[in-house]
Write a protein that binds this ligand. Sequence first.
Ligand code: FAD
Length: 341
Amino acid sequence: AAALIETDAVIIGAGPVGLFAVFELGLVDIKAHIIDILDKPGGQCAELYPEKPIYDIPALPTVTGQELTDRLLEQIKPFGAELHLNERVDALKRLPDGRFSLITDAGTEFITKVVVIAAGGGSFTPKRPPLPGIENFEGHSVFYSVRRIEAMRDKKVLIVGGGDSALDWTLALQPVAKSVTLLHRRDDFRAAPHSVEKMRQLVETGDVRLMIGQVSSIEGEGNQLTAATIKGKDGEERIDVDAMLPFFGLTMKLGPVADWGLHLTENLIPVDTEKFETSEQGIFAVGDINTYPGKLKLILSGFHEVALMAQQAHKYVHPEKKLLFQYTTSSSNLQKKLGVS
Ligand code: FAD
């Protein structure tokens, strides 16, 4: 592995429930690391509705998805949990000593005493354009993200989409690529106005080609793309392409969670309602990913679940210690952990 990290708890998913798990675990002296495939914390709240108000968070009559995320990050700060973004947990297995090993797609390995799966609807995954044969090119000449700009040097790049990602990459790759074509269904972009304006200038000077239409087919040899046919209002045009970058947004797919040998019911992880533990001792599931009689997929349910989960996790992480029930308002011990006394 590229890096090895030993810890008490690993939380898979930095949605609102994964973030609050840091708090509840921290109160019972459990140190946690959080991992998320997204490039930011907040899960659905930050990715799907950052600007929409939520009205059913207790004591916050209205709070947007992004504000809720920011407030949770502030609340868990005292516990110093390390956040590992842009990493997907691919493998999870039990070690002979009873602990767990988790491995991410970036090659990081975590050795941990307990695992908290807060994976929501699953990992966010780029939407694939409905083009036959596209999977042959993925990772070679069709990319849903760009890890190294240099890899696009001197290439004929076709960027598809009309949001921020499409616009940002059009601007970033134009100086290094041999040519950049931006293709969108309509001549109307849902992206930051200054990027749209900059793109229009580059189109004006002939440095970027803007096409309105859709890719109707792609061709190539082996895994190397060579051309795409674009269908527009005025017919079809075939253009030479070395690399295609479709930015059609993200969907949630269960992903690797299905491969970890846990019992699943309709892509959800059944848990008990006392400890929120899965079919494997020491592996918990909280938030949208779990199921039990009466489950409501609400943020407030997840907050309750992590409090109970932490009680049981304490038994595995600190088996020699007895847990006392304490209030944050009156316990100087808890206040010390929170850094408020
Ligand atoms: P999520 O927020 O789904 O986060 C899970 C995270 O885990 C994701 O970031 C994902 O990338 C990551 N992940 C998954 N698998 C892996 C893996 N293998 N490796 C790494 N990372 C992984 N709820 C309310 O209570 N009130 C509302 O008003 C409300 N409004 C909503 C409006 C909309 C439009 C939507 C879509 C949802 C709304 N919800 C609302 C539901 C609420 O957002 C969810 O209940 C909540 O986000 C669940 O939190 P979570 O932490 O369980 O999971």
